[in-house]
Ligand binder design. Structure first.
Ligand code: FES
Length: 290
Protein backbone atom coordinates (compact mmCIF):
# COMPACT_ATOMS: atom_id res chain seq x y z
CA UNK A 1 0.00 0.00 0.00
CA UNK A 2 2.71 2.48 1.02
CA UNK A 3 4.74 1.76 -2.14
CA UNK A 4 1.65 2.09 -4.31
CA UNK A 5 0.78 5.48 -2.82
CA UNK A 6 4.38 6.67 -3.16
CA UNK A 7 4.36 5.62 -6.83
CA UNK A 8 1.08 7.45 -7.47
CA UNK A 9 2.48 10.62 -5.92
CA UNK A 10 5.75 10.31 -7.86
CA UNK A 11 3.83 9.84 -11.14
CA UNK A 12 2.92 13.53 -10.90
CA UNK A 13 6.51 14.75 -10.71
CA UNK A 14 6.70 15.21 -14.49
CA UNK A 15 4.30 18.16 -14.56
CA UNK A 16 4.83 19.31 -10.95
CA UNK A 17 8.59 19.91 -11.30
CA UNK A 18 8.49 22.61 -14.02
CA UNK A 19 5.32 24.12 -12.56
CA UNK A 20 7.03 24.30 -9.15
CA UNK A 21 10.10 26.06 -10.57
CA UNK A 22 7.84 28.55 -12.34
CA UNK A 23 5.63 29.15 -9.29
CA UNK A 24 8.54 29.59 -6.92
CA UNK A 25 9.89 32.46 -9.01
CA UNK A 26 6.73 34.56 -8.82
CA UNK A 27 5.99 33.61 -5.21
CA UNK A 28 9.52 34.66 -4.17
CA UNK A 29 9.20 37.89 -6.14
CA UNK A 30 5.98 38.75 -4.27
CA UNK A 31 7.41 38.04 -0.82
CA UNK A 32 10.88 39.57 -1.32
CA UNK A 33 9.80 43.20 -0.64
CA UNK A 34 7.54 42.26 2.31
CA UNK A 35 9.89 40.16 4.42
CA UNK A 36 8.28 41.00 7.81
CA UNK A 37 4.94 39.67 6.51
CA UNK A 38 6.67 36.60 5.13
CA UNK A 39 8.34 36.06 8.53
CA UNK A 40 4.91 36.27 10.15
CA UNK A 41 3.52 33.69 7.72
CA UNK A 42 6.54 31.39 8.09
CA UNK A 43 5.84 31.32 11.84
CA UNK A 44 9.09 32.71 13.24
CA UNK A 45 7.09 34.43 16.02
CA UNK A 46 5.61 31.02 16.90
CA UNK A 47 8.87 29.03 16.74
CA UNK A 48 6.94 26.58 14.58
CA UNK A 49 5.94 26.52 10.91
CA UNK A 50 2.61 28.36 10.81
CA UNK A 51 1.38 26.42 7.76
CA UNK A 52 1.57 23.08 9.58
CA UNK A 53 -0.23 24.56 12.57
CA UNK A 54 -2.95 26.23 10.52
CA UNK A 55 -4.03 23.41 8.19
CA UNK A 56 -5.90 21.37 10.81
CA UNK A 57 -8.56 24.05 11.08
CA UNK A 58 -9.93 23.95 7.48
CA UNK A 59 -9.66 20.16 7.32
CA UNK A 60 -11.65 19.80 10.54
CA UNK A 61 -14.19 22.41 9.45
CA UNK A 62 -14.66 20.78 6.05
CA UNK A 63 -15.30 17.42 7.67
CA UNK A 64 -17.84 19.20 9.88
CA UNK A 65 -19.55 20.76 6.84
CA UNK A 66 -19.81 17.37 5.11
CA UNK A 67 -21.26 15.73 8.24
CA UNK A 68 -23.76 18.57 8.76
CA UNK A 69 -24.88 18.21 5.14
CA UNK A 70 -25.32 14.48 5.54
CA UNK A 71 -27.38 14.79 8.73
CA UNK A 72 -29.66 17.41 7.16
CA UNK A 73 -28.43 20.65 8.75
CA UNK A 74 -28.12 22.86 5.65
CA UNK A 75 -27.82 26.27 7.35
CA UNK A 76 -25.06 25.12 9.70
CA UNK A 77 -23.28 23.27 6.87
CA UNK A 78 -23.24 26.42 4.73
CA UNK A 79 -21.75 28.53 7.54
CA UNK A 80 -19.08 25.93 8.30
CA UNK A 81 -18.25 25.64 4.60
CA UNK A 82 -17.68 29.40 4.44
CA UNK A 83 -15.39 29.17 7.47
CA UNK A 84 -13.55 26.33 5.70
CA UNK A 85 -12.91 28.50 2.66
CA UNK A 86 -11.64 31.45 4.73
CA UNK A 87 -9.29 29.30 6.85
CA UNK A 88 -8.08 27.43 3.76
CA UNK A 89 -7.05 30.74 2.21
CA UNK A 90 -5.16 31.74 5.38
CA UNK A 91 -3.40 28.36 5.56
CA UNK A 92 -2.53 28.68 1.87
CA UNK A 93 -0.89 32.07 2.50
CA UNK A 94 1.31 30.51 5.20
CA UNK A 95 2.11 27.64 2.86
CA UNK A 96 3.10 30.05 0.09
CA UNK A 97 5.61 31.73 2.41
CA UNK A 98 7.31 28.35 2.99
CA UNK A 99 7.01 27.45 -0.70
CA UNK A 100 9.09 30.51 -1.66
CA UNK A 101 12.18 28.88 -0.10
CA UNK A 102 11.50 25.26 -1.01
CA UNK A 103 13.69 23.43 -3.50
CA UNK A 104 14.28 20.11 -5.22
CA UNK A 105 11.95 17.16 -4.65
CA UNK A 106 10.28 18.97 -1.76
CA UNK A 107 9.30 21.78 -4.17
CA UNK A 108 7.94 19.26 -6.68
CA UNK A 109 5.83 17.49 -4.05
CA UNK A 110 4.74 20.79 -2.49
CA UNK A 111 3.50 21.74 -5.97
CA UNK A 112 1.43 18.54 -6.23
CA UNK A 113 0.11 19.25 -2.73
CA UNK A 114 -0.81 22.87 -3.47
CA UNK A 115 -2.38 22.02 -6.84
CA UNK A 116 -4.67 19.50 -5.17
CA UNK A 117 -5.61 22.10 -2.55
CA UNK A 118 -6.36 24.73 -5.19
CA UNK A 119 -8.60 22.30 -7.11
CA UNK A 120 -10.42 21.45 -3.87
CA UNK A 121 -10.78 25.13 -2.99
CA UNK A 122 -12.33 25.90 -6.38
CA UNK A 123 -14.86 23.08 -5.89
CA UNK A 124 -15.71 24.36 -2.42
CA UNK A 125 -16.17 27.92 -3.67
CA UNK A 126 -18.49 26.68 -6.45
CA UNK A 127 -20.37 24.66 -3.84
CA UNK A 128 -20.74 27.79 -1.66
CA UNK A 129 -21.95 29.86 -4.63
CA UNK A 130 -24.58 27.23 -5.51
CA UNK A 131 -25.72 27.12 -1.89
CA UNK A 132 -26.12 30.91 -1.85
CA UNK A 133 -28.90 30.51 -4.43
CA UNK A 134 -30.89 28.42 -1.88
CA UNK A 135 -31.49 25.56 -4.33
CA UNK A 136 -34.34 23.16 -3.62
CA UNK A 137 -32.08 20.29 -4.57
CA UNK A 138 -28.71 20.45 -2.77
CA UNK A 139 -27.29 17.31 -4.37
CA UNK A 140 -24.70 19.10 -6.52
CA UNK A 141 -23.28 21.45 -3.84
CA UNK A 142 -23.14 18.59 -1.34
CA UNK A 143 -21.41 16.34 -3.88
CA UNK A 144 -18.89 19.10 -4.61
CA UNK A 145 -18.11 19.44 -0.88
CA UNK A 146 -17.58 15.70 -0.54
CA UNK A 147 -15.32 15.56 -3.60
CA UNK A 148 -13.48 18.62 -2.25
CA UNK A 149 -13.00 16.85 1.08
CA UNK A 150 -11.55 13.76 -0.63
CA UNK A 151 -9.14 15.93 -2.64
CA UNK A 152 -8.12 17.85 0.49
CA UNK A 153 -7.39 14.52 2.20
CA UNK A 154 -5.18 13.46 -0.72
CA UNK A 155 -3.48 16.88 -0.69
CA UNK A 156 -2.83 16.60 3.06
CA UNK A 157 -1.24 13.18 2.49
CA UNK A 158 1.21 14.65 -0.05
CA UNK A 159 1.82 17.69 2.16
CA UNK A 160 2.67 15.38 5.05
CA UNK A 161 5.33 13.77 2.88
CA UNK A 162 6.88 17.18 2.21
CA UNK A 163 7.56 17.56 5.93
CA UNK A 164 7.91 14.00 7.26
CA UNK A 165 9.59 12.27 4.32
CA UNK A 166 11.50 15.13 2.73
CA UNK A 167 12.16 17.14 5.89
CA UNK A 168 11.03 20.50 4.55
CA UNK A 169 10.74 23.11 7.33
CA UNK A 170 12.13 20.58 9.81
CA UNK A 171 14.98 21.88 11.98
CA UNK A 172 18.30 20.62 10.64
CA UNK A 173 19.33 20.20 14.28
CA UNK A 174 16.34 18.13 15.36
CA UNK A 175 18.48 15.09 16.10
CA UNK A 176 21.54 16.85 17.44
CA UNK A 177 22.10 16.25 21.10
CA UNK A 178 22.55 19.22 23.40
CA UNK A 179 25.56 17.69 25.15
CA UNK A 180 27.34 19.59 27.87
CA UNK A 181 30.79 18.17 27.19
CA UNK A 182 33.66 20.45 26.28
CA UNK A 183 35.05 19.52 22.86
CA UNK A 184 38.36 20.54 21.37
CA UNK A 185 37.99 23.27 18.76
CA UNK A 186 40.02 22.63 15.63
CA UNK A 187 40.96 26.17 14.61
CA UNK A 188 42.98 25.14 11.54
CA UNK A 189 45.67 27.73 10.78
CA UNK A 190 44.34 30.18 13.36
CA UNK A 191 46.39 30.15 16.56
CA UNK A 192 44.69 33.05 18.37
CA UNK A 193 40.93 33.63 18.04
CA UNK A 194 41.58 37.26 18.94
CA UNK A 195 43.46 37.57 15.64
CA UNK A 196 40.41 36.59 13.55
CA UNK A 197 39.40 39.34 11.14
CA UNK A 198 36.52 41.43 12.49
CA UNK A 199 32.98 40.33 11.52
CA UNK A 200 34.21 37.63 9.16
CA UNK A 201 32.64 34.16 9.39
CA UNK A 202 35.29 31.47 9.72
CA UNK A 203 34.64 27.75 9.54
CA UNK A 204 36.11 25.63 12.34
CA UNK A 205 35.46 22.12 13.53
CA UNK A 206 34.49 20.67 16.90
CA UNK A 207 34.25 16.88 16.85
CA UNK A 208 31.82 16.01 14.07
CA UNK A 209 30.33 19.52 13.98
CA UNK A 210 31.24 22.40 11.68
CA UNK A 211 31.02 25.74 13.46
CA UNK A 212 30.98 29.28 12.20
CA UNK A 213 33.21 31.40 14.41
CA UNK A 214 33.01 35.20 14.32
CA UNK A 215 34.88 37.88 16.21
CA UNK A 216 32.94 41.04 16.96
CA UNK A 217 35.16 43.49 18.81
CA UNK A 218 36.67 41.70 21.79
CA UNK A 219 34.18 38.82 21.78
CA UNK A 220 34.37 35.63 19.74
CA UNK A 221 31.07 33.88 18.97
CA UNK A 222 30.42 30.38 17.67
CA UNK A 223 27.28 28.93 16.12
CA UNK A 224 26.71 25.65 14.34
CA UNK A 225 27.60 26.22 10.69
CA UNK A 226 24.64 24.26 9.27
CA UNK A 227 21.60 26.53 8.94
CA UNK A 228 18.60 25.23 10.90
CA UNK A 229 16.25 26.06 8.00
CA UNK A 230 17.60 23.88 5.19
CA UNK A 231 21.26 23.27 5.87
CA UNK A 232 22.86 26.31 4.24
CA UNK A 233 26.55 27.01 5.10
CA UNK A 234 26.53 29.89 7.58
CA UNK A 235 30.32 30.12 7.35
CA UNK A 236 29.70 31.48 3.81
CA UNK A 237 27.17 33.99 5.11
CA UNK A 238 27.47 37.66 5.92
CA UNK A 239 27.34 39.54 9.22
CA UNK A 240 24.41 41.95 9.57
CA UNK A 241 23.40 43.74 12.80
CA UNK A 242 25.15 41.26 15.07
CA UNK A 243 23.68 38.29 13.18
CA UNK A 244 25.00 35.85 10.63
CA UNK A 245 22.83 35.80 7.52
CA UNK A 246 22.51 32.52 5.65
CA UNK A 247 23.62 32.71 2.01
CA UNK A 248 20.78 30.46 0.81
CA UNK A 249 17.50 32.07 1.95
CA UNK A 250 18.71 34.90 4.23
CA UNK A 251 17.67 33.59 7.64
CA UNK A 252 19.50 35.55 10.33
CA UNK A 253 20.74 34.17 13.64
CA UNK A 254 22.01 36.34 16.51
CA UNK A 255 25.66 35.59 17.12
CA UNK A 256 25.44 35.91 20.90
CA UNK A 257 22.93 33.08 21.37
CA UNK A 258 21.74 31.75 17.98
CA UNK A 259 18.28 33.31 18.30
CA UNK A 260 16.55 33.46 14.90
CA UNK A 261 15.97 37.10 13.99
CA UNK A 262 14.78 36.69 10.41
CA UNK A 263 13.10 33.78 8.63
CA UNK A 264 12.42 31.60 6.77
CA UNK A 265 13.95 29.61 9.62
CA UNK A 266 11.54 29.38 12.52
CA UNK A 267 14.18 27.62 14.63
CA UNK A 268 17.12 28.99 16.59
CA UNK A 269 20.65 27.99 15.72
CA UNK A 270 22.77 25.98 18.20
CA UNK A 271 25.28 28.31 19.85
CA UNK A 272 28.53 27.43 21.61
CA UNK A 273 30.56 28.72 24.50
CA UNK A 274 34.30 29.01 23.86
CA UNK A 275 37.10 28.81 26.42
CA UNK A 276 40.84 28.38 26.42
CA UNK A 277 41.81 24.74 26.93
CA UNK A 278 44.20 23.79 29.71
CA UNK A 279 46.71 22.20 27.40
CA UNK A 280 46.54 25.10 24.92
CA UNK A 281 44.17 25.89 22.11
CA UNK A 282 40.43 26.21 22.60
CA UNK A 283 37.41 24.10 23.40
CA UNK A 284 33.69 24.62 22.95
CA UNK A 285 30.48 23.46 24.60
CA UNK A 286 26.98 23.78 23.22
CA UNK A 287 24.83 26.22 25.17
CA UNK A 288 21.71 24.83 26.76
CA UNK A 289 18.61 25.05 24.59
CA UNK A 290 16.33 27.75 26.02
S1 FES B 1 19.19 27.22 4.43
FE1 FES B 1 17.45 28.48 4.15
S2 FES B 1 17.94 30.23 5.27
FE2 FES B 1 19.61 28.98 5.58
Amino acid sequence: MARLLARIVAMNDGWARPLGEFNRRWVSAIFRPIRPIKDLLNGRWLGHPLHAASTDLPIGLLLGAVVLDLVGQPAAADIVLLATIVTMLLAALAGLADYADTEGTALTRATTHSTLMVVALVLLVVSAILRAGAPADRTVPIALSIIGFLIVTAGAFVGGDVAYVLGNMVSRHAFRGAGTKWIKLDTGDVTELASLPEATPTKMRAGINDLVVVRLGGTVHALHAVCAHAGGPLNEGTIVDGCVECPWHASRFRLTDGLVRQGPSVYDQPSYEIRTAEGGGYEVRRNAVA
